[in-house]
Design a protein around this ligand. Sequence first.
Ligand SMILES: Cc1cc2nc3c(=O)[nH]c(=O)nc-3n(C[C@H](O)[C@H](O)[C@H](O)COP(=O)(O)OP(=O)(O)OC[C@H]3O[C@@H](n4cnc5c(N)ncnc54)[C@H](O)[C@@H]3O)c2cc1C
Length: 448
Amino acid sequence: MPKDKLSVAICGGGIGGLVAAIALSKYPDISVHVYEAKRSFEEVGAGIGIWPRAWKVLATLGLAQELLLCTNIEISELLGPSFRFRKGDEREGLDFYTMMTHGRLITLHRADLQRVLLSHLADKCQITCSKQLSSYEEQEFGPIELSFADGTSSTCDVLIGADGIRSGIRSCMLAVQPVQNFTDQQLAEIGLRPSAIHPIWTGYTAYRTLISADRLKQLQPDHRVFSGPTQYFGHGGCITAYEVSQGSLVNFAGFRFRPPNEEHSFSGSPMINQHELAGYFQGWDSEVQALLEAVESATSWAIHTVEPLQTLAVGRVVLLGDAAHGVMPFQGAGAGLAIEGAYTLACLLGDSRTTVETIPEALKAYDQTIRPLARQAAEASALNGKYFTLQESVVKVNQDSARSSDKDRERLSEVGRLVEVNWQWAWVGNAEDSVQQALSMLSGGSSS
Ligand SMILES: Cc1cc2nc3c(=O)[nH]c(=O)nc-3n(C[C@H](O)[C@H](O)[C@H](O)COP(=O)(O)OP(=O)(O)OC[C@H]3O[C@@H](n4cnc5c(N)ncnc54)[C@H](O)[C@@H]3O)c2cc1C
């Protein structure tokens, strides 16, 4: 057996961490250890949509066939409808746009995605649950020292912080590490800002649940959601709904926006009952009422983001997924970005030019490739949130007269077009091209 050229520790076994582990394990000379804080792998009971850009990465990693067994969406490269937009905050809603995309949004149950990811982890990849990383220390020479909350420790050559939006590794990177290891001038050069340690409350609250398709069919047999993903727009709120689990469940994600203020922010995911949820969407149209009636309960999520970082890597430590760039969920792209980031990182670390000595160079290429993409996605997603909740700063549409007012209908069609353009990166771009660009940033001979 050849000696491993690199040992990689991945902190966090969410979608980002697991995809990184799968992609890295394909290199025989890289050892991978995933440390997950929770006692076991569990995903939230909700749906997830994967756009073509990230889907192609999953396909390259050999996951497509199994994932397609979990969805009733058919793969197609042709231009076709992927989301219907409807103004839903009136007694009688109004269809105003069908978003056309090359390739489809693949809609999955999160638990299915997680199960398939876990089943594709190579035997040589080590996973330890109930292992919460509490800090790390990087020496200039020698391995990175990892300290866990249970008092144990370990070492690695590269540390990937895939520990989610409240990332402890981000805190360590931005607060503790720089103080220990960097001069003020170095800090300024890499542009680290301690203000990015804590996630920022956006003013949006999400209510997530899965609805029984049979129950919804009883209430409204020809509900629009049975013929494709639907986005309901409304003043101060919006709802995304699509089928998952081969059509046996419907994913419901409702959002309310209130101007951000500390009092409304919360952590955790408290349950709310059907009655309370229905109260938030009172007066919305009959399709929305049918969805709400079919809900049993939902979890509430205060939506946070991360202030744009000026680097995703310091030394041999790198941030991935929500830890690096928690984006708003209005483009269904956070997991997609984590998937693309994980694959890019693995291609760079696995390349024959990367050695223990040149890890920072590989991480820099990752940073320069993924950070601009994530920034663009973050801005586009925030803008989509404003469109979906019909905020006056982006569109002026009356609450109750969209059906009768030509002007409002025109404005809504224009919003549809703008959302489509704003979202295009998720199906037009290609992760493989940006990986090639990242690899071209490595120096030292030809690539493997
Ligand atoms: C309402 C909503 C809808 C969304 N819909 C979509 C969608 O349709 N499509 C899409 O692409 N994205 C979507 N997203 C975004 C997506 O869910 C996230 O971007 C994605 O799950 C992030 O994955 P991650 O692996 O980076 O982080 P996480 O999933 O947060 O995983 C982090 C992991 O790290 C572990 N951890 C934390 N701290 C430590 C520690 N110190 N030591 C060890 N382990 C630790 C955690 O237990 C967790 O398992 C949505 C988000 C929301 C809120």
